[in-house]
Design a protein around this ligand. Sequence first.
Ligand code: 5GP
Length: 176
Amino acid sequence: MELNISVMISEEEIDKKVRELGARISRDYAGRSVHLIGILRGGAFFMCELAKRITVPVTIDFMSVSSYGSGTVSSGVIKIGKDTDESIEGKDVIVVEDIVDTGRTLSYLLEMLKGRKPASIALCTLLDKPERRTHEVKVDYTGFQVPDKFVVGYGLDYAQKYRNLPYIGVVETEGE
Ligand code: 5GP
């Protein structure tokens, strides 16, 4: 069944924002290199576009992570599906994510990565849903703040589909 999807953020708006973020990062890291870590799978689309707009030297890597359930025990564990291929020690790392929602996964991931002694670590997300935050996360670069709606496209999926939409869309439910 195909869902009804309406455009929330157009391809042009995203493209403009990615250029702005790339320019900001290039200024902030002038004279240095940046090591981008894209969070699979959704963050890959954004990271590739962002990398093209950064003018300082860029290296890339990927990780796939998920948080274990939502139990009340603060186990603070995340499951690493795929770890980075390279060490991040001494590097200026920017973690690139599609969306920060509750912040649970990223808060744990960032703590874990800090333990690996990067020179610095920052977070860049295309979308941020601040209303849903349960875990504090410092977001250094944000594309767009979005309301608490389920969004798809530009890497974000619904049952693994729609990642390839060139825009951010909202899945319309009955009655909307
Ligand atoms: P959290 O910040 O809650 O730990 O998890 C963030 C992850 O939840 C994102 O990387 C993404 O995979 C998923 N997620 C959160 N909100 C949405 C949404 O609106 N649409 C989609 N497709 N995934 C979402």
